[in-house]
Design a protein around this ligand. Structure first.
Ligand code: BGC
Length: 838
C-alpha cells in the first residue's frame, strides 16, 4: 500500500470511520478503512519475545531472557542486537508493533512484574531501552515504551492511585522514559493502568500531552493498556489515541455522541486519528499483508545470540576459593527444583510458547564429560506441576484432547463445536476464537490417559478462570465450581488451586478428565483485576512425597560428589503479572534444602533463578553463588557456559538485593490501601536509599564478579563550556584506563556516578549518570570513554518553578567497576540554570 497523505485522508474520512480508527477491532489489531487504503495494524507482546496473535495454542517464538537479565548485561550494543532480532521475530509473526520494552521502576522486590523492567535506575533502564528500541525500529517495526507511568505494582493495578511528589515522578519514574526518548523516539507509548496523583494516566492530560508531547516534543501514538481506558471524552481530550483492545467499550457510539454534543471537538478527534495514520505510514514499508500468517524463524544464529545473552546476564555474586569455573572432566551432582524445569520467563503477557527450552540440567549434561547425577531436593512449584505432557490421548499421542461444547456434560445432546489436541495442561483462552463459538459461554472436556511409574497417593489440582471438575476414571477428585477464591494465576483472574487425591498403582492406566466451564459459569468476585475474555484452565498432579525424603536424598548425593550445583529459585507462577509476591522468600522447603546441602558439601555452588531479589538466609555458607534470572529459551546453556567457564561472567546487578524485605524503602507502602499507594520513600528508591541511610544490602546495585581481575586508573574529565542553547547538549566526558590483569579474557563495566554539592533540597549521595562496557584479553589495556549529559547529570526537579534546576557549584565524579576501588574527579557548573525538555 502507498503512504497515506495524512491530512487529505483525515479530510476524506467520515466521522464514523474516524471513530473506528481510534479503537482496536480485536485483541491485537486496529481497524482498516479499505475505501481509503488504510490497512489494519497488528500489535504483539512483548518485552522478551514476540508471541504473535495467540496466547492460547499459539505459534512458538524466540524467548529472550527477562528484562532484569538484560539489565544485568549493562550492554547497550548487545541490547541493540536483541532489539534487531525482536524486530525480525515481529515480522515473522506479521506484527507491525512490539508492545515493549517495559520500563517501569522496581520500587520493591515484590512487584509481580519486576522481572519485566530493566533496572531500579532510570539512566541504566533508559539507555538499555533506547538502544533496544533502536534495534526494533531499524527493522521497520514500531517499539512501544510501556507502561507510562508508575505502574510499579500489580495490586489493584487498574484502580490504584499512585501518590507521589513531582520530584519523584520526574527524577525516578519518568526518568527511564526520558532517557529512552532521548536515544530513540519510539513510534508508540502505552499508558499505565493506574492513576497518578488522582487521575488515571489514560485520561491524564498533564502526562500524555503536557509532558510527553509538548515538553518532550514526541509525536508518536499513545495506546491504552489492555482494558485500561476508563472514559470517552476525557481520554480523547487528554491525548489517548487508541483504546485497546477491541471491541471498544468507550468509543464507538459513545464517542460519536460526545462529538455530536461538542464534548469532544472534532479537531481534537482528528489529532487522535492523525497519530493512528502516522503509525500506519510508519509501518507501511514493512509490506506485511493483512491477516499475515504467523511463521517461525528459530535460525542457528538467533539461537547463538539467545545463548550469548543468557550467559552474559548471569551475575557471579560470590566465588570464594575460585570454586568456579567447574571442570568438565569431573563428575557433577545436579540438585534442586529448578534443575529439570526451564524457568525461561516470568508470567503474564510477557510469557510465550518458546521454540524450545533448555533446562539447567540439560545445559550441564551437554557440557560435562564426567558422570552427571541428579537429585530433586525440593519442589519450586506453587501449584501442582502441569500433567499434560505425562498424558496420552486415546490414539496414543502425548497430551490430551480438548473438546469444546455448547452445553455442559449433563446435557447428553450437546453439540461438539471444535476439537483440538494439546500438550500443555494450562491455557488462557483470551484470544481463542472459532466460527462456531458465538459467545464467551462454552464448555470444554479435556481427556487424557495417565499411567503412573510409581505406586502412591497422587495429588491433583485445578485452577480455573471459570469452573472445573477433575475426574479420575469417572470419580470426582477435584471440584472447583463452588466457594471459589481469587488467586494469582491468569493475571490475577484465576482461582486458588483446589486439590484432591487418589491412590494410584504403577503401570495401571487411568482416564483423566477435566470438565471445564468458561468464565461466565463462575460467580467469583473479580473486582480490582482486569477481566480477560472467556477464561482459562490449569490442571496438575504429583505423587505425594515428604520434604524430608527429598532433602535427605539430596544431602546424601552432595556429600559424596566431586562437584555440586544447586539450581533453585522462582518460576512464572511466583513472579507474574496481576499479582505481587507476599514475601521475598524462595518456595517452601528450598532454604532448608540449600542450607543442608551446603552443610554436607561446603563447595556446592548455588544458582538462583528469579526475576527480582529473593532472601538468602544461607548466603554466608555459600562460597560460590550465581544469579541467573529467567534466562529465555537458551537459559540452561547460558548458565552452563558460565559454570564451565566458556563464558567469563561480566553481568552486574541492575537492582539492589536487600538483606531483608523490611530494609526495602517501599516496605511500608507497597500495596493499594483504600485505593491508593503512597510512594513514601520519595526519590530514595533502591541504591539511593541504601546509600543515604548507610544500610548494608545483601548485594548492592552494580555488584558482579569475574573470573579475571581488572585495574582502573588515570581518570580524565572534560566538560564543554555551558551554552545558552541547551538543546545542543553539553557532554561531560570521562576517560579511564582499564587493564585486564588476570589470565582469562573478560568484560569490565564502568559506572559513572555524580555527587552533587550540598543544596537547598535533600539529594541522593550519588546517582548513576553513565556507564560503559569493555572487553579485554588477558593483559590488554584500553582507554574507555563514558559520556553523560551535563544538564541531566546535575539537575533536580524544582517543584516551585516546575523546571529542572542545574545548580552552580562543584560536582564530584566517581568511577567504579568490578571489585573495590573508586576513581574520582570534579567539574564545575558555573551558573545556575532552570530548564525544561528532554
Ligand atoms: C499488559 C500489557 C500487555 C497487554 C497485552 C496487559 O495486561 O499490562 O503490558 O501489552 O496486556 O497483552
Amino acid at each position: 500500500m502507498p503512504q497515506l497523505d495524512v491530512q487529505k485522508t483525515i479530510e476524506e474520512l467520515t466521522l464514523g470511520e474516524k471513530i473506528d480508527l481510534v479503537s482496536g477491532i480485536d485483541f491485537w489489531h486496529t481497524a482498516s478503512v479499505p475505501r481509503l487504503n488504510i490497512p489494519s495494524v497488528r500489535m504483539s507482546d512483548g518485552p522478551n519475545g514476540v508471541r504473535g496473535t495467540r496466547f492460547f495454542n499459539g505459534v512458538p517464538a524466540a524467548c529472550f531472557p527477562c528484562a532484569t537479565a538484560l539489565g544485568a548485561t549493562w550492554d547497550t550494543e548487545l541490547l541493540h542486537k536483541v532489539g534487531q532480532l525482536m524486530g525480525e521475530e515481529a515480522i515473522a509473526k506479521g506484527s507491525h508493533v512490539i508492545l515493549g520494552p517495559t520500563i517501569n521502576t522496581q520500587r520493591s522486590p515484590l512487584g509481580g512484574r519486576g522481572f519485566e523492567s530493566f533496572a531500579e535506575d532510570g539512566v541504566l533502564s533508559g539507555h538499555l531501552a533506547g538502544h533496544y528500541s533502536i534495534g526494533i525500529q531499524e527493522k521497520g517495526v514500531a517499539a512501544c515504551l510501556k507502561h507510562f507511568v508508575c505502574n510499579d505494582q500489580e495490586h489493584e493495578r487498574l484502580a490504584v492511585d499512585s501518590i507521589l511528589t513531582e520530584r519523584a515522578l520526574r527524577e525516578i519514574y519518568l526518568m527511564p522514559f526520558h532517557h529512552a526518548m532521548r536515544i530513540c523516539k519510539t513510534a508508540c507509548v502505552m499508558t499505565a493502568y493506574n492513576k497518578v496523583n488522582g487521575t488515571h494516566v489514560s485520561e491524564n492530560k498533564k502526562i500524555l500531552t503536557d509532558i510527553l508531547r509538548k515538553e518532550w516534543g514526541w509525536d508518536g501514538l499513545v495506546m491504552s493498556d489492555w482494558f485500561g481506558t476508563y472514559s470517552t471524552s476525557e481520554s480523547v481530550i487528554a491525548g489517548l489515541d487508541i483504546e485497546m483492545p477491541g471491541k471498544t467499550r468507550w468509543r464507538g457510539d459513545a464517542l460519536a455522541h460526545a462529538v455530536s454534543s461538542n464534548k469532544v471537538n472534532e479537531f481534537v478527534l482528528d489529532e487522535r486519528v492523525r497519530n493512528v495514520l502516522n503509525l500506519v505510514n510508519y509501518v507501511e514499508p514493512l509490506g506485511i499483508p493483512e491477516n499475515a500468517e504467523e511463521k517461525i524463524l528459530n535460525r542457528p544464529e538467533d539461537q547463538a545470540l539467545l545463548r550469548r545473552v543468557a550467559a552474559e546476564s548471569v551475575v557471579l555474586m560470590k566465588n570464594e576459593d575460585n570454586i568456579l569455573p567447574f571442570k568438565k572432566e569431573k563428575s557433577i551432582a545436579v540438585i534442586g527444583p529448578n534443575a529439570k524445569i526451564a524457568a525461561y520467563c516470568g508470567g503474564g503477557s510477557a510469557s510465550l510458547d518458546a521454540y524450545y527450552t533448555v533446562t539447567p540440567f540439560e545445559g550441564v549434561s551437554g557440557q560435562s564429560k564426567g558422570e552427571v547425577q541428579f537429585s530433586q531436593g525440593a519442589y519450586s512449584h506453587k501449584d501442582l506441576p502441569l500433567i499434560g505432557n505425562l498424558l496420552k490421548t486415546d490414539d496414543g499421542k502425548t497430551g490430551f484432547k480438548f473438546r469444546v461444547y455448547d452445553e455442559p456434560a449433563s446435557n447428553a445432546n450437546r453439540e461438539l463445536l471444535h476439537e483440538l489436541y494439546l500438550v500443555s495442561s494450562q491455557g488462557f483462552l483470551m484470544d481463542y476464537r472459532h466460527p462456531k463459538i458465538k459467545s464467551f459461554l462454552y464448555y470444554v472436556d479435556m481427556e487424557g490417559f495417565f499411567t503412573p511409574e510409581e505406586d502412591g497417593i497422587y495429588d491433583f489440582g485445578v485452577v480455573v478462570v471459570g469452573t472445573g471438575k477433575l475426574l479420575v476414571d469417572g470419580e470426582l477428585i477435584v471440584d472447583n465450581t463452588k466457594n471459589q477464591r481469587l488467586g494469582s494465576a491468569f493475571f490475577g483472574n484465576g482461582t486458588v488451586e483446589e486439590k484432591g487425591s487418589k491412590e494410584l498403582k504403577a503401570g495401571q492406566t487411568y482416564k483423566i478428565v477435566l470438565q471445564f466451564g468458561t468464565a461466565p459459569t463462575s460467580d467469583i468476585d473479580t473486582r480490582g483485576v482486569v477481566i480477560f475474555g472467556p477464561g482459562g484452565f490449569r490442571f496438575g498432579a504429583a505423587r505425594r512425597t515428604t520434604e524430608e525424603e527429598l532433602i535427605s536424598k539430596a544431602v546424601e548425593l552432595a556429600s559424596k560428589a566431586d562437584q555440586v550445583v544447586v539450581f533453585a529459585g522462582l518460576t512464572s507462577e511466583w513472579e507474574t503479572e496481576g499479582y505481587d509476591r507476599p514475601d521475598m522468600d524462595l518456595p517452601p522447603g528450598t532454604d532448608e534444602m540449600i542450607s543442608r546441602v551446603l552443610d554436607a558439601n561446603p563447595n556446592a555452588v548455588v544458582v538462583i533463578q528469579s526475576g527480582t531479589p529473593v532472601t538468602m538466609p544461607w548466603v554466608s555458607k555459600t562460597k560460590s553463588l550465581l544469579q541467573a534470572w529467567f534466562g529465555g529459551n537458551e537459559g540452561g546453556n547460558g548458565i552452563a557456559d558460565v559454570l564451565y567457564g566458556n563464558v567469563n561472567p561480566s553481568a552486574k546487578l541492575p537492582l539492589s538485593f536487600p538483606v531483608r524485605l523490611q530494609d526495602n524503602p517501599s516496605y511500608l507502602n507497597f500495596r493499594s490501601e483504600r485505593g491508593r499507594v503512597l510512594y513514601g520513600e520519595d526519590i530514595y528508591v533502591g541504591y539511593r536509599y541504601y546509600d543515604k541511610v548507610n544500610l548494608p544490602t545483601l548485594f548492592p546495585f552494580g555488584h558482579g564478579l569475574s573470573y579475571t581481575s581488572f585495574t582502573r586508573e588515570s581518570l580524565t574529565l572534560t566538560t564543554t563550556p555551558e551554552q545558552a542553547n541547551l538543546d545542543d547538549g553539553e557532554p561531560i566526558t570521562v576517560t579511564v584506563t582499564v587493564t585486564n590483569t588476570g589470565s582469562v579474557a573478560g568484560a569490565e563495566t564502568l559506572q559513572l556516578w555524580v555527587l552533587p554539592p550540598p543544596t537547598e533540597v535533600n539529594r541522593p549521595i550519588r546517582e548513576l549518570k553513565g556507564f560503559a562496557k569493555v572487553r579485554l584479553e588477558p593483559g590488554e589495556q584500553k582507554t574507555v570513554e563514558i559520556v553523560a549529559e551535563k544538564k541531566l547529570a546535575t539537575s533536580w526537579w524544582d517543584e516551585k518553578r516546575e523546571k529542572w534546576a542545574s545548580e552552580k557549584g562543584e560536582y564530584e565524579v566517581q568511577v567504579t567497576g568490578t571489585g573495590e576501588g573508586v576513581l574520582k574527579g570534579k567539574f564545575e557548573v558555573e551558573k545556575t540554570r532552570y530548564w525544561n525538555g528532554l
